[in-house]
Design a protein around this ligand. Structure first.
Ligand SMILES: Nc1nc2c(ncn2[C@@H]2O[C@H](COP(=O)(O)OP(=O)(O)OP(=O)(O)O)[C@@H](O)[C@H]2O)c(=O)[nH]1
Ligand SMILES: [Mg+2]
Length: 319
């Protein structure tokens, strides 16, 4: 699904981050542990430049443990990057992030370290800030775009945290990433279509985690198509409309909501290996699209020139 959700407040937040980043010592980029690749904002990577980055895989209680370990190892190998997995079910690990961030800038020892907490919407940035601050200072909520303004939160003498609004980037080029972001709740409902993401979720679950579906919805076997699967889920949950037909929108919502909240078990939808393939495929798709645009432009210019030539000839004939 092509996601284009970059409202005014995100544009403003981006500019604000850009102007604050030179004063930031460490960037904590919060990722969703279930989709560490798709929840990484390429715009942030560009903005941070040489600022050390601690990648925090949040909501790890909802993710597959083995895959989380693989992601932490993979991300830790990147230049100027460390990685940790956290969950609100393990507060001491979140608290240790403060020292982990400070250790990335040893030259700041004895002085206040400024840490910006950033990432896409709804990944748990403000929740993290509240745990680190030891009090509820930032507003949190289970919908994207709860935080709308940057907020400074001093925690003791040694660290100042900056909470920032969740930001997307103008165009999510990898359509599969778009779907995964929508399924896991980082895209505003008005910028997506539940039936559409429900079908993607059905396809993905049937392919990679069929036994979870069977167990959750008491299915003897996995139906052969996404439509039949959504219908089967709808029937099990009583989503029936006129003439006993399944309300596909309601059934899709059930699947997506339950997947998102952990009802289908701990799931990680991406691995470092599978994402290398996707990156390559997306790069090819982007190049092909650019080529098509170039060809279209060239044709449009040619038509324009032909028209001008024809008009000139007509004028010459007339005179
Ligand atoms: N299961 C689980 N849920 C979490 C965890 N951390 C945060 N959440 C939930 O995720 C939702 C979003 O949390 P926020 O802290 O508001 O997220 P945010 O990144 O600040 O969101 P925006 O300000 O909208 O960008 C809330 O419902 C939190 O309770 C976690 O470790 N595990
Ligand atoms: Mg927030």
């Amino acid at each position: 699904m092509a996601i284009q959700w970059f409202p005014g407040h995100m544009h403003k937040a981006r500019l604000e981050m850009q102007s604050t980043l030179p004063k930031v010592d460490v960037l904590i980029e919060v990722l969703d542990a279930r989709i560490p690749y798709s929840s990484e904002n390429p715009m942030l990577e560009e903005l941070r430049g040489d600022t050390p980055c601690l990648k925090v895989l949040a909501k790890s209680d909802l993710a597959d443990e083995t895959r989380t370990d693989a992601w932490v190892e993979y991300l830790s190998q990147l230049d100027n990057v460390r990685a940790r997995a956290v969950t609100t079910e393990d507060i001491p690990t979140i608290r240790r992030l403060k020292n982990a961030a400070a250790r990335m800038v040893p030259h700041r020892e004895g002085r206040t370290v400024t840490v910006m907490v950033a990432g896409i919407p709804n990944v748990g940035k403000s929740t993290l800030i509240n745990v680190l601050a030891g009090r509820k200072i930032a507003k949190t909520g289970n919908t994207p775009a709860v935080t709308k303004h940057q907020q400074r939160v001093p925690i003791g003498d040694s660290v100042t945290l900056l909470d920032t609004p969740g930001v997307m980037w103008p165009n999510v080029e990898n359509h599969h990433s778009g779907y995964r972001l929508a399924i896991l709740g980082s895209i505003k409902e008005t910028a997506m279509d539940y039936s559409d993401i429900g079908f993607f979720a059905a396809r993905l679950m049937a392919k990679d985690f069929p036994e979870r579906l069977q167990e959750r919805y008491q299915l003897e076997e996995i139906p052969p198509t996404e439509l039949a699967l959504i219908e089967a889920i709808g029937r099990k949950r009583g989503c029936l409309g006129k003439n006993n037909t399944v309300d596909l929108d309601r059934a899709s919502r059930i699947l997506v909501t339950e997947l998102r909240s952990g009802g289908l078990g701990r799931l990680t939808l991406e691995t470092p290996e599978s994402m290398q393939h996707e990156k390559k495929r997306t790069a090819i798709e982007v190049a092909e699209k650019a080529e098509r645009t170039r060809e279209k432009d060239a044709k449009r210019k040619k038509r324009f020139r032909d028209k001008q030539r024809a008009a000139r000839k007509a004028r010459e004939h007339g005179s």
